[in-house]
Write a protein that binds this ligand. Structure first.
Ligand code: FES
Length: 67
């Protein structure tokens, strides 16, 4: 089984790389055309759950680090 990598970007989205199944609240599966996706965590994307770059103009700040 391929390892899935999840990376939290500073002031940006969550990057998911690998084979994943992404479902909405009703259980419907998104069609993913790439093995790497960016998930919005700022709440400003017009294409949720995906990041559309709106975090930049929104001035989203988040710098969590692994402890
Ligand atoms: S994190 Fe990029 S639009 Fe929200």
């Amino acid at each position: 089984m391929e390892k899935v990598e999840i990376e939290i970007l500073k002031n940006g989205p969550v990057i998911v790389t690998g084979e994943v199944c992404l479902k909405d609240h009703a259980g419907a599966e998104y069609t993913l055309e790439k093995k790497t996706i960016a998930l919005c965590r700022c709440g400003q994307s017009a294409n949720k759950p995906f990041c559309d770059g709106a975090h930049v103009s929104a001035g989203f700040k988040a710098e969590e680090t692994a402890k």
